[in-house]
Design a protein around this ligand. Structure first.
Ligand code: NDP
Ligand code: 8X3
Length: 251
């Protein structure tokens, strides 16, 4: 029987590539994001391969998150796999000049949004005593880099929450794991630099960065393991990257 997967942040980057690979490999997919035009387009594209349902919500709106997930039609309401992927960095400033709205966005989306979506999905998993939750962290969950302060803090929180979920959901036989990518060429830097496309594209110049499809491929591997295998924690970087700040670039 097909498994049902809910993916947040499916309108772009890692989430979109994950929806594409899973749809083509016998999973039913629930696509989440705010941009309805993109959700509609992707739903149309993937409906050729599988059953697809879209849910538009802002993960910061806890009432809407809970209502939208509760409103899923019966054929999609039994979620086997939750991929908490929605998130972004907002700004790259030293702590002394950081923007309060950027800080709110990162904590509210990357941390609280992940919790709201999980709160909406977990009860059915505990009731049936099975499920799989994958939280997308970052290398920023494992180390802190200059000016990364609050983004790194939000991702360290994701790492800690992932470990906490794994412990608390252990009696229910639910798999929980974190995947922590290094630099992936998506719209991530465009969001971080507020639409400054030149600054954003410079982030990925001079080396061969990870692509969204590389992470999606790994997510497909992780969710395809036999049920007794839980990939608990995975850090993935491009070969050119050794740490958040050490990247071998063409000279
Ligand atoms: P993208 O900017 O390409 O995608 C971000 C996704 O998150 C979009 O689909 C966006 O959808 C969704 N999103 C953002 N804010 C909200 C919100 N308030 N409510 C609902 N959805 C939201 O970036 P990536 O694909 O790179 O990022 C995906 C995840 O991977 C993030 O958690 C990021 O931190 C993490 N990551 C990224 C790395 C990278 O280098 N790119 C490296 C390590 C981790 P919409 O705008 O339609 O709502
Ligand atoms: C995204 C990668 O290096 O900007 O999490 O933290 S990085």
């Amino acid at each position: 029987m097909k498994k049902t997967v809910l993916i947040t942040g499916a309108t772009s980057g890692i989430g979109k590539a994950t929806a594409q690979i899973l749809a083509k490999n016998n999973f039913k997919v629930i696509l989440c994001g705010r941009r309805t035009d993109r959700l509609n387009e992707l739903e149309k594209e993937l409906s050729e391969f599988t059953e697809v349902h879209s849910l538009a919500f802002d993960v910061r709106d806890k009432k809407d998150v809970l209502e939208k997930i509760a409103s899923l039609p019966t054929s999609f309401s039994d979620i086997d796999i939750l991929i908490n992927n929605a998130g972004n960095a907002h700004g790259l400033d030293p702590i002394q000049t950081g923007d309060l709205d950027d800080w709110d966005a990162m904590i509210d989306i990357n941390v609280k949004g992940l919790l709201y979506v999980s709160k909406a999905v977990i009860p059915k998993m505990t009731a049936k005593k099975s499920g799989h939750i994958i939280n997308i962290g970052s290398t920023a969950a494992k180390e802190v880099y200059p000016n990364g302060n609050v983004y790194c803090g939000s991702k360290h929180a994701v790492d800690a929450i992932t470990a906490g979920m794994r412990i608390d959901l252990n009696p229910f036989g639910i798999r929980v794991g974190g995947i922590h990518p290094g630099m992936v060429a998506t719209e991530f830097s465009e969001v971080r630099f507020k639409g400054d496309t030149e600054r954003a594209s410079n982030v990925y110049k001079g080396f061969d960065p990870l692509q969204a499809e590389d992470i999606a491929d790994i997510i497909h591997f992780v969710v395809s393991r036999p049920y007794h295998v839980n990939i608990a924690d995975l850090v993935v970087m491009s070969t050119a990257q050794a740490s958040s700040t050490i990247v071998k670039k063409d000279s």
